[in-house]
Design a protein around this ligand. Structure first.
Ligand code: CA
Ligand code: CA
Ligand code: CA
Length: 387
């Protein structure tokens, strides 16, 4: 019966030995586990130690070759320690085939345990491993006589059962290298403050005295942060120290956002030349990296007020001739009225004068001739001849 079991176990051993390396194993560089050999099954005093490339031994009824065991001769123990490095991140099942006792720890946790005296027996246990990581491994084994066999195999969903290969086993003095950290991008620097700037300004309306003018400004946030929420962004239109108009945006203005603002009240234009400065955030509600770019001046020329319509009509080319004719008519009517007035006054004067003698001799000897009187012949006095 014992021989038949041994034969069956031999099939397992051959199966394990026949399993080839899994894909990707060439990336590992292990050399095996450190084996500390004891001359008793209680893991007492260490007799010797050596590096074993794999755990695959069938010492038959003897003892390990080259190990100067001195105890009972056919009774001894071995503790293998070091690291095991899996290729995949997944659950691995470890299987031992041993005669006699066996116990496997991975990262300090017991994965399988059968510390009894027994013929060659398979024991299995599972543990989840991380690809590329060196996991601590400790395999305790003892033989209390008779056959002495120990094999260590593993399998997972990604690889068939096989002996744990040499390149996946590392001795305990292997320097542990931290798993390659996943490159994490450096956190972006905190964004800078907002930066408002006036990039254009203008007016809307006729640039003529008396005309209602609206002012416009184009504002951009060329900073890295939006303007604070709930804080309005205002623009003031100044001529010298005086404010002509103002505009406001409820905000916030996002980085790179362009906002066109128009004054809320009109300015009644006055004749003259003005330099109007559009200044954003003139009350400094927003902290900015640059305040020098907050204002832009513009020159504004306001023409005189419009000429009234009647005066404009006088600019008709025919107007001088019409005016001359009108003047002549007025002059003619005036002369006519003056003559009529003169005649009327003469007649009135004539009607008011006392009746005069038909003719008479004045004291001075002259004769007054009245209208409608017959002329009187005036005879000069006769001169007395000289004697
Ligand atoms: Ca035995
Ligand atoms: Ca600014
Ligand atoms: Ca500011």
């Amino acid at each position: 019966m014992r021989r038949s079991l041994m034969a069956a176990a031999g099939v397992l051993v051959l199966t394990l030995l026949a399993a080839g390396p899994a894909a990707g194993q060439q990336q590992a560089a292990g050399t095996g586990l450190l084996g500390r050999y004891f001359d008793n099954p209680d893991f007492g005093d260490v007799v010797t130690e050596r590096l074993d490339p794999t755990i695959a031994f069938d010492w038959g009824r003897g003892i390990p070759d080259g190990i100067p065991l001195t105890g009972k001769g056919d009774t001894f123990g071995v503790v293998w320690t070091g690291y095991v490095q899996p290729e995949f991140t997944e659950e691995y099942t470890f299987t031992t085939s041993s005669d006699d006792g066996v116990r496997l720890r991975i990262d300090g946790e017991v994965v399988l345990r059968n510390l009894t005296e027994h013929a060659q027996t398979e024991d299995s246990g599972s543990v989840t491993l991380e690809a590329g990581r060196l996991h601590e491994i400790q395999l305790d084994y003892f033989d209390v006589g008779g056959e002495a066999i120990i094999f260590l195999a593993w399998e997972s969903a990604s690889q068939p059962r096989q002996l744990v290969p040499t390149e996946r086993l590392y001795p305990p003095d292997t320097p542990l290298t931290a798993p390659t950290p996943v490159a994490t991008p450096a956190p972006p620097p905190p964004p800078g403050p907002p930066d408002l700037a006036v990039v254009a300004s203008g007016v809307s309306g006729a640039t003529q005295a008396g005309s209602p003018l609206l002012f416009t400004a184009t504002v951009v946030n060329q900073g890295q942060s939006p303007t604070p929420p709930g804080v309005p962004v205002s623009v003031q239109f100044l001529s010298g120290p005086g404010e002509l108009a103002a505009a406001e945006h409820a905000g916030p203005i996002q980085p790179g956002e362009v906002v066109n603002l128009t004054s809320t009240t009109a300015w009644t234009a006055q004749e003259g030349e003005f330099q109007v400065t559009a200044e954003v955030d003139e009350v400094d509600r927003v902290d900015e990296v640059d305040e020098a770019n907050n204002s832009v001046p513009q020159n504004l020329v306001i023409a005189p007020a419009a000429v009234p319509a009647v005066a404009a009509a006088a600019r008709d080319p025919a107007e001088p001739i019409q005016a001359a004719i009108l003047g002549l008519l007025v002059l003619g009517v005036g002369l006519l009225l003056a003559n009529l007035l003169l005649i009327w006054r003469r007649r009135r004067a004539a009607a008011a004068a006392p009746p005069a003698p038909a003719s008479g001799r004045a004291r001075d000897g002259t004769t007054t001739v009245l209208p409608h009187a017959e002329p009187v012949e005036v005879v000069p006095p006769r001169r007395r001849p000289r004697t």
